[in-house]
Design a protein. Structure first.
Length: 259
């Protein structure tokens, strides 16, 4: 456990601003920054970010729940797949060892692919929804439930290894599976599902020794005011500018990690 590092706090503030502006999860931005810019071991970056995400999203879930903007049936369907998948993934990481060279490479590569998927979800979201809308409309409720649980399992693996996936990827998939659900309930349900997923995954990383609490505290000191400021000014920045810039940034970082 290290001491508070002002440089990490400044990074947390900048990432918090971007998260407030765009709504994309901090894992898509913070984890690669910690790995590429600060040279932190991928497992430590992922584990610390997961615990941070779980703690901060509790507040978001409380607000959305108070406003009735959470579909708990969808949350249960997602968690039915994500929690067991996260647990199994963490057991695999513990078995192979977080300090092993192959483990670090696997985490970095998975993180890169997750960032590329996130960038694609941001850019091609409308196209995907248009192309797959007819297929989803023909599915019975039981099939939708099974697909939702499968989505949860996929997110459980991605999030546990890379801390990325529950934001743009999860929301895009939920909009596709539940086209009649109001967007605010989709976002609220995604945030509510992220709490048990990230807490389980974060606790697992803590168990295997890949959480730095000094780093965690440093990030929180900067990111909390950053998110508040970014959220306040979000409506003043056009989405047509922010979304492509963010997607391009994620694609570049993802490509750097993969290749």
């Amino acid at each position: 456990m290290g001491l508070i590092n002002p440089l990490y706090s400044v990074s947390g503030f900048v990432v918090g601003l971007l998260v407030g502006f765009t709504g994309v999860g901090g894992g898509s931005l913070m984890t690669p920054l910690l790995v590429l810019a600060f040279g932190i071991h991928p497992a430590t970056a992922v584990g610390t970010d997961l615990l941070y995400a779980g703690l901060t999203k509790i507040t978001g879930t409380a607000v959305h729940g108070f406003n009735g903007a959470i579909d708990w049936k969808v949350v249960r369907r997602l968690a039915l797949g994500s929690v067991p998948a996260a647990a199994a993934t963490l057991l695999a990481l513990a078995h192979f060892g977080i300090d092993a060279k192959g483990t670090g490479a696997t985490i970095s590569t998975t993180l890169g692919f997750a960032l590329l998927l996130t960038a694609a979800a941001l850019v091609f979201r409308k196209w995907l929804l248009g192309r797959l809308a007819g297929f989803i409309e023909r599915r019975a409720d039981g099939e939708i439930s099974a697909l939702t649980t499968l989505l949860g399992a996929t997110l459980g693996v991605l999030v546990s290894i890379s801390s990325v996936g529950a934001g743009a990827i999860g929301v895009t998939a939920l909009v596709l599976l539940y086209p009649k659900m109001p967007t605010v309930r989709v976002v609220g349900s995604d945030i509510a599902h992220a709490v048990p997923l990230t807490l389980v995954a974060g606790a697992g990383h803590w168990w295997i020794g890949s959480v730095d609490f000094g780093l965690l505290a440093s990030l929180l000191i900067g990111s909390i005011p950053g998110i508040m400021i970014g959220s306040h000014f979000a409506n003043r920045l056009p989405d047509r500018i922010l979304r492509p810039v963010l997607a391009g940034t994620l694609a570049l970082i993802g490509g750097r990690l993969v290749f």
